[in-house]
Write a protein that binds this ligand. Structure first.
Ligand code: SAM
Length: 316
């Protein structure tokens, strides 16, 4: 029944996504997944309409997840090479932290075997049970139930290796290769970082969102009547405070990730036409803590008002 539907929908998508229409959508971008090639998946995600067209409102999500997978290409190649050397044939194990309705989760599960030639097991975690129910429905509709599982948990409260073992019926708790988090709100991105570092994961890929912790602390400093310093005008102006605090938060995260032994890059995720939240932190575990990174974090903290982010204590 499902196979029949999938075949009919794929046929419709092949007719709709002519080379000209695909070129018009993609323009000069490098995309991991095209609508004519993965209609079942994109329909399951609600990105393709019943008639196989892509409504304008869905294009933003389509480009975000596609760019994230494309940008992970070099890291995934490195990860796959390391994995094949140490445990050939073992699936690559990935946690999508704060997975929401599993756009990225399902795209990774679909694209990695095709692009990198290795099996995957992806665990989507979100504290909201309603989005997990919807994610499980989408996973079935995409035909990915054997390689994607979900867990309705708070990131800070989950034993991920055990969750993998139980979800995929493994004999032992496995090692986890990568933690990804797309727009995990505020400190949920930090939860993902703590999780990844704690798992000794090789790859961390994080597109942060609504970084509110530092802005809140700066607001308290502004209200406290502390002696003004060069940063005081930013701390007392709400819009500037939020904008600058986002960037300083992500700079602090980058330094703390480096101090934890990772090489870490801050990159543009997608052009701002698709989302204003367009920064990605990508980190590869070199198991070589950067000796200067903690000191740079402390210097940045001192220079911007004397308060830092909770992640600093959690990774100490
Ligand atoms: C903006 S949505 C992003 C969802 C998804 N990653 C995406 O890009 O479509 C943020 C999600 O983070 C989840 N979340 C926030 N804090 C969390 C935490 N500490 N543990 C687990 N999930 C969390 C929320 O329930 C929500 O589904």
């Amino acid at each position: 029944m499902r196979d029949e539907w999938a075949e009919r929908f794929a046929e419709r998508a092949r007719e709709h996504w002519t080379p000209a229409r695909t070129a018009e959508l993609v323009r000069d971008k490098t995309l991991a997944v095209l609508p004519g090639e993965a209609p079942e998946l994109l329909r399951a995600l609600g990105i393709l309409h019943r008639d196989a067209s892509m409504p304008p409102a869905e294009r933003r999500k389509f480009f975000q997840i596609n760019h994230m997978v494309a940008m992970l290409g070099p890291s995934l190649r490195e990860l796959v090479a390391a994995r094949e050397a140490s445990a050939p044939g073992e699936p690559l194990r990935i946690v999508d932290a704060a997975c929401g309705r599993s756009y990225l989760t399902l795209l990774l599960a679909h694209a990695i075997p095709r692009l990198h030639g290795v099996p995957v097991q992806v665990l989507g975690v979100d504290r909201n049970p309603d989005v997990i129910v919807e994610s499980e429905r989408r996973t079935r509709a995409a035909g990915l139930s054997t390689v994607v599982k979900h867990d309705a948990s708070h990131l800070g409260a989950l034993d991920v290796r055990r969750a993998f073992r139980e979800a995929f019926a493994l004999a032992e708790a496995p090692s986890v290769d990568a933690v990804v988090a797309l727009h995990a709100c505020d400190t949920a991105t930090d939860d993902a970082i703590v999780l990844g570092v704690g798992l000794d994961a090789t790859l961390l890929a994080l597109a942060p969102c609504c970084q509110a912790e530092l802005a809140r602390k700066w607001s308290e400093v502004a209200a406290s009547g502390a002696t003004p310093d060069a940063f005081a005008p930013i701390r007392r102006t709400p819009h500037l405070r939020r904008e600058v605090a986002s960037l300083v938060t992500d700079t602090m995260r980058q330094l703390l990730i480096r101090a934890a032994g990772y090489e870490c890059w801050a990159l543009e995720l997608v052009p701002t036409e698709h989302t204003p939240k367009n920064l990605m932190l990508r980190a590869m575990n070199r198991r070589a803590p950067d000796a200067n990174a903690r000191a740079e974090y402390e210097a940045l903290r001192a220079a911007t008002g004397g308060v830092g982010i909770g992640l600093a204590e959690r990774l100490r």
